[in-house]
Design a binder for this molecule. Structure first.
Ligand SMILES: CSC[C@@H](O)[C@@H](O)C(=O)COP(=O)(O)O
Ligand SMILES: [Zn+2]
Length: 204
């Protein structure tokens, strides 16, 4: 089996798991997995599809500019440029973006502060933070409709091989060195957002 095919199947498995969590409401969400480093190529979800469906046209291969690297009638995700910045700036191998009600509520609640800060939560160990009083911050950026502007703003927060950024009233994008790590971060971020929304409601 070619590397491209192996990566396709790996990304399809991640997509299936996130779909089972119902994290692709209304065709939202996009995923990618790096295939090669030199030149940079990665598989990314085709734009506008129902990501809960599994078809032979779910992904296409793109290059370092985010444009198709092979002949296809498929359009790469509208947000491919965000994935491009991550792969060009870090050694990340996988990028996952989902819209959930909880991540949207948190992004709006803390949007003016420009970040949400989590601490004293066991699950932040998923980010490699093991100290008792460790703090995990997720930056929140405005949801610019102009994708190059959104991508430039997003890129200001991309410095390490793993990370997460909330886009206000839009969704979350996480990345990791591989699909396992990116999915772990995404699940931990969603746990934190969901917990926090419930806690805020109880405290009212
Ligand atoms: C209907 S969801 C809004 C989209 O503009 C976008 O935010 C999204 O996540 C999915 O876009 P896509 O181009 O399919 O990757
Ligand atoms: Zn989106």
């Amino acid at each position: 089996m070619s590397i491209r095919q192996k990566k396709w199947e790996e990304l399809a498995r991640v997509k299936r798991e996130l779909a089972a969590r119902d994290w692709f409401m209304g065709t939202s969400g996009n995923l990618s997995l790096k295939v090669s480093d030199e030149p940079l190529t990665f598989l990314v979800t085709a734009s506008g599809k129902d990501k809960r469906k599994e078809t032979a046209e779910d992904f296409l291969l793109v290059g370092a500019d985010g444009l198709p690297a092979e002949a296809t009638h498929l359009k790469p995700s509208a947000e491919t440029l965000l994935h491009v910045h991550i792969y060009n700036k870090t050694n990340a191998g996988c990028v996952l973006h989902v819209h959930t009600v909880d991540n949207n509520v948190i992004s709006e609640w803390y949007g003016d502060e420009g970040e949400v800060v989590f601490t004293k939560q066991e699950i932040i160990k998923a980010f490699g933070l093991w100290e008792e009083d460790a703090v995990f911050r997720i930056p929140i950026i405005p949801n610019f409709a102009h994708i190059p502007t959104l991508a430039d703003e997003f890129a200001k927060h991309v410095h390490t091989d793993m990370g997460a950024v909330l886009i206000r009233n839009h969704g979350i994008t996480v990345w990791g060195r591989d699909a396992f790590e990116a999915k772990k971060f995404l699940e931990a971020c969603e746990f934190l957002c969901s917990y926090h929304v419930k806690l805020l409601l109880l405290k009212r």
